[in-house]
Write a protein that binds this ligand. Structure first.
Ligand SMILES: C[S@@+](CC[C@H](N)C(=O)[O-])C[C@H]1O[C@@H](n2cnc3c(N)ncnc32)[C@H](O)[C@@H]1O
Length: 281
């Protein structure tokens, strides 16, 4: 075994002892980051090239600083995004939300589908949809100026229409003309603060995580926003916590102008997002 692989094994143990959920993955990712190689190329780093800064970044990860804050990048579907303090790190479970949204838009057979991403954060959802849905017209809104520093970097050169503001009254100019509304809003109940992983609790902004006692304050408001924005037959898809699958679809009721409300699991088979169709008049 070369020196680097031996150090990675030792770092893996240190991260495991610190309670890091995926210690080997993170030890390897950080070794690749410090040495400027891909993970699959770690064996090719010569002993003489071992960089002692590896132990500095391992110490930061041991303190539960997110891997993505240390490397400054996050992967989401086919994208590499820039992230850091002030912006929510996109999560793998949100990739399923985007997958469903893409299928829904394709099934509509609209030539230039209009898509709105509410609460865009790093821009992950909006950028993935712009990349993967040809000829889509994608709009995104974010409230936090700190987050927008990162959104603007990620969206530079993209065709996403990015706006700063409150999702609850955003895009009045698009009322009734949107084919798909998608959102991964804050949804953690305030009462669960102490159970949130340190990486999220101490590094993701509070505005990105929490939304009232039961976590559903913003989602209740977004239901009205989605209703206002969508054309009849348009669809909404909203991510939620794995404990909220029995609640969120019930916000999109027939009496409020919705049809086909349903809940869906993520790749780990946990309840993850609700969908509904704006009823025909
Ligand atoms: C859970 S993060 C998700 C970010 C991104 N959509 C993603 O999936 O990675 C929620 C985002 O909503 C933003 N936010 C919270 N309240 C908002 C509001 N009322 N209007 C617009 N954005 C809001 C937060 O700043 C944060 O960036």
């Amino acid at each position: 075994m070369n020196l680097l692989l031996a150090e990675v094994a030792q770092a893996t143990q240190r991260l495991a002892d610190a309670g890091v959920p995926s210690p080997r993955n993170d030890a390897e990712e950080l070794a690749a980051f410090v040495h400027g190689v891909k993970r699959g190329e770690l064996h090719s780093v010569k002993d003489s090239d071992f960089d002692a800064r590896y132990w500095e970044v391992i110490a930061r990860r041991e303190q539960r600083e997110p891997l993505q804050h240390i490397t400054g990048r996050a992967y989401f579907r086919y994208l590499e995004l820039q992230v850091g303090p002030g912006v929510f790190v996109p999560r793998p479970e949100t990739e399923s939300v985007v997958g469903w949204a893409i299928d829904a838009v394709r099934a509509m057979d609209v030539v230039e589908p209009r898509i709105v991403d509410l609460c865009t954060g790093s821009g992950a959802i909006a950028l993935a949809l712009a990349q993967e849905v040809p000829r889509s017209r994608v709009h995104a809104v974010e409230l936090s100026e700190d987050a927008l520093v990162w959104t603007r970097k990620n969206m530079e050169g993209s065709r996403v229409d990015l706006r700063q503001g409150n999702a609850l009254d955003a895009f009045r100019d698009l009322d009734g003309h949107v084919d798909l509304v998608v959102s991964n809003p804050p949804y953690i109940p305030l009462t669960e603060w102490e159970y949130v992983a340190p990486e999220a609790r101490d590094y993701d902004p509070d505005l990105a995580l929490f939304s009232g006692e039961d976590g559903l304050d913003l989602i209740r408001g977004l239901e009205r926003t989605a209703h206002r924005l969508l054309r009849p037959g348009g669809v909404v898809v909203i991510e939620h916590a794995d404990t909220q699958g029995g609640q969120v679809p019930w916000i999109f009721t027939e009496e409020r102008g919705w049809a086909d409300a349903a809940d869906h699991p993520d790749l780990n088979n946990r309840p993850r997002f609700a969908t509904a169709r704006r009823a025909m008049p």
